[in-house]
Each structure stands twice: as C-alpha cells, then as structure tokens.
Design a protein around this ligand. Structure first.
Ligand code: ARG
Ligand code: ZN
Length: 470
C-alpha cells in the first residue's frame, strides 16, 4: 500500500530507513545461516522444528541456579549464559516457553527483550561484534509446564507427585531454562538446585556438593563435557541415592524412587558391566560421571538418555538400560545436526540392544533382523524410511528405531564383523563431543570397508516401503 497523500520528504526518508534493512535482512536470510546479517535467526534451520535453537551465536556455558517447590510447582531460575557471537549481532533470540522473565542483562547492562511464542528476543544495548564473547543473565520464575510434541508425547519439565521428571527431547529444555535449544549447540553446564529438605535434585555430571540449611537442600552439579540442551535434566523427587566409583574411575550416582526400587536395583547393578561392555565395542566411555535416575512418572511413557545419567520414568529392564547407555556414545557424545537424522541416535541404540543380547546368550542381531523382516509390507515398521521420517511427529516411530537398527545389520553383513565394529568405534572417536551426519557415516563406512555402499544406504534409509532384499 502506498501512502500517496501523506507522502512528505520526512516520511520518505523514514521509508528508506525502514526498507533498506528489511531488504538486506531478507537477502541475508536467503543467503543462509552463514550470512553476516545483524540479526540472529529465530531457528537454526531444522526442517522439523524451525524455531528450535537460534542463529548468530554459540553458547559455551550455562550456569543455572534453580529453586523448585514441588508443593506449589513454582520454579525460580537464574541463567547465566556465556556465548560467542558468530556474526555481528544487534539482536538475537533464546528459546523459552512459558515462565515469566523478571530481568535480563547482556554483559551486565540491562537489555531490551520481548516474548514471541517460544522466542525470547533480546536486543543488547550495543551491537555485538562477530567473534565477541558475551554474557546473558536471565532471571525468571513461574510454573513450568511441559510441551506437547508433534507425536502427542509430553516433554520438558513434567511435574510428578513428589517433584518433577525433567527430560527435553526434542523440545522441552526451553520449558525450564532459556536456551539455544538445538543439538547443533553443545555447551558445558553448572547447576545449583534448591529443593525442600528431604527431596533430591539430580542433574547431569558430577555432584560437587550438597548442603541443607533452613529446611532446604541445595545440590551443585557440573557437566563439563559438551552437552546438547535436550539432554539436560534437573529431576526432583524423593529418591534413594547410591554413589560409588567404577573400576574405570567413573563416578556413579543413582537416584531411585522408592516405589520403583525393588524392580530397579537388580538392573541398575549391571550399569558398570554394561558400560564396560559398551566401551569395548564403541571405545572409551565419553564422560567422567554416570548413573541412573529412576522416577515414578506414569504419565510420561518413555526414558531419555539424559547425559551421563539417563532418566527412566519407571524401573527399566536391562535392554532399556543398554539402550540409554549406548546413547551416551551415539546421540550424546556424537550429536545430531538435524532431528531428521534421528536414526543415528535411535537406530544405533537399538542395535546396541541386539548386540547385547547376541553376546549375552540371547538371540543374535541377525535373528532380531530376520523376525522384523518377516513383517508384512503393511506393517508400521515400513511406514516411512528411517533416514527421512517426514515430520517431527515420526521421529520416535518404529521405523527410526527398528529399521534404523536393521540398516546397521545390513551394513554389518555387507562389510563383515571386523570392519563393522571398526566403523562403530571410528564413528564414536572421530565425532566425539561433536556432531555427525548421515552422509559422514556413509563416507566413513565406505572408507573403512573400501566398498561402494550408496545403494545399501539408499535402500534402507531413504526408500519408502519394505525393501525387496534383506
Ligand atoms: N530418546 C528416547 C529413547 O531413548 C526417546 C525420547 C522420546 N521423547 C519423546 N518426546 N517422545 O528412546
Ligand atoms: Zn533411544
């Protein structure tokens, strides 16, 4: 629309000022995330979760100070986020869903901010230079609520009858702290969590200390190795706690809801031997800490490979423990760059279950494969190809887990055991603490086997329907 009547010189000048940056921003946005535009994008470009994460900076460290009262379900938080600008930044976003922001500074100076859905839009007083390190401090409070994922599952801060079960895959981290909420961004974390005396707050990494004073207990946790936001936890409850150090020097911290203890204890006891077994297959365990959180969270329906210390919504069986432990290599240490490639997490963790069975007197991986392959073409297993789930609603679907694992079995058959296990170890080693993509995995498998594997992966990862040949 042209404001032809009121067009004056002054207005025209304003029009120019408005139009040029908009056109420029559009141009830069079209140039992709590597562009040097002054505004950080609202997402990292994930096709399934377009607003997940944010462009323009990397978070090096989150220092989270939380207080939670299970009775009123009230959370108070302070997040000190140390980041580095990857472009000139006059404005950037954090992801935060719900809660009320009570204060925000950038480098100790009050910064303007506004809320727009899950985007917390921050305008620092000064434009940040490319490469500049900066510190964002956000204070916030409120009653956190989980998000409902595209598949209908709950994710994030999930209140329980005695605390909260806190898991964030794929989106829920932003329900309890402001984050660059995409696995592309990995950071170290410190947690200081205060809960009523008698409750325990369990996060990732090593317990630095705990202190009870005036009816509350404060737990301090440190996660030094890089971690994606979705793998962070701050699960609160009434827990039986057990701590010990493994033969390999890994610090284990188990927190178990008493209602689940009888069923959980015999399984959790196997954690050191599972981690040792996986270390032989996949290479050294990536973290200095380990353990399990076994909650009683009947409305959740899944476990999560929260880094160093998986969170189980109930007492896990042994294959679930093996699965979440395998994720410490595949998913946690080697992370996704896009949710679309979730088979790199779930296919590998499922395959670890098959291997465990095979090497512990159960059915072999080939038997698991054969049984699945017998399923008719109409079965859910063949509903979509695992390398291309099609939408965020499918990322935890059967094809991702089962056909993802089948893909690895087909690869193993094609290259032989020796090469196959070398590929798994090289994958974990070469991408340790970083990221890996499907094309990188295919190239690695081809490099180590000396074979052309394009057709194999094309069929098993990307072709719709049941493959004709196993
Ligand atoms: N990664 C988890 C696993 O090991 C599943 C997480 C499911 N998350 C969800 N929001 N449904 O299987
Ligand atoms: Zn999994």
């Amino acid at each position: 629309m042209r404001p032809s009547v009121r067009r004056t010189a002054v207005l025209r000048r304003e029009a120019v000022i408005v139009t040029v940056p908009v056109a420029l921003a559009a141009l830069l946005a079209a140039a992709g995330p590597a562009s040097a535009g002054p505004i950080g994008s609202a997402g990292v470009g994930d096709p399934y979760f377009p607003l997940a994460g944010n462009g323009g900076y990397h978070v090096g460290h989150y220092d989270l100070t939380l207080g939670y009262d299970p009775g009123s379900r009230h959370l108070t938080g302070k997040a000190v986020i140390t980041a580095r600008a990857t472009q000139r930044l006059s404005r950037f976003d954090l992801d935060l869903e719900g809660l009320k922001v009570t204060g925000l500074t950038v480098d100790h100076a009050k910064a303007e901010y506004r809320r727009d859905g899950q985007e917390l839009v921050v305008t620092p007083r000064h434009t940040l230079r490319k490469g500049e390190r900066f510190k964002v401090t956000v204070t916030y409070a409120g009653k956190p609520a989980p998000v409902t994922d595209p598949d209908g599952s709950l994710d994030g801060w999930i209140p329980t009858d005695d605390g909260a079960f806190v898991v964030g895959e794929p989106q829920g981290a932003m329900t309890w702290f402001p984050a660059n909420n995409h696995p592309l961004d990995k950071s170290s974390y410190d947690f200081t969590i205060t809960v009523p005396k008698g409750r325990t707050a369990v996060a990732n990494g090593v317990l630095l200390g705990q202190r009870t004073k005036n009816g509350t207990t404060t737990f301090r946790w440190r996660q030094k190795e890089p971690m994606a936001a979705y793998l962070a936890t701050a699960t609160v409850g009434t827990f039986q706690v057990e701590q010990y150090t493994t033969r390999d020097g890994i610090k284990v911290y188990d927190a178990v809801d008493p209602r689940e203890a009888a069923a959980a204890k015999p399984v959790l006891k196997k954690l050191p031997s599972v981690l040792e077994w996986e270390s032989k297959l996949f290479g050294p365990y990536p973290y200095r800490a380990a353990g399990s959180i076994v909650d009683h969270a009947p409305n959740v329906g899944y476990a999560l490979e929260t880094q160093t210390r998986p969170a189980y919504d109930r007492a896990p069986d042994l294959s679930t423990l093996v699965h979440e432990s395998a994720h410490q290599w595949f998913g946690d240490s080697v992370s996704l760059t896009s949710w679309k490639e979730i088979w790199l997490n779930e296919g590998f963790a499922t395959y670890a279950e098959w291997l465990y069975s095979e090497q512990h007197g159960g059915p072999s991986a080939q038997t698991a494969f054969d049984e699945l392959y017998q399923r008719p073409a109409s079965d859910d297993l063949w509903a979509f190809p695992p390398g291309d789930p099609g939408s965020g609603a499918n990322i935890f679907g059967t094809p991702v887990y089962a056909r993802g694992a089948m893909t690895l079995q087909v690869l193993r058959t094609a290259v032989g055991d020796r090469t196959f296990f070398r590929i798994l170890r090289a994958w974990a080693a070469e991408h340790r603490y970083g990221h890996g993509t499907t094309p990188q995995f295919v190239r690695l498998a081809e490099r180590l086997s000396g074979k052309d594997l394009d057709a194999l992966f094309h069929t098993w990862l990307y072709t719709a329907g049941k493959p004709n040949t196993p």
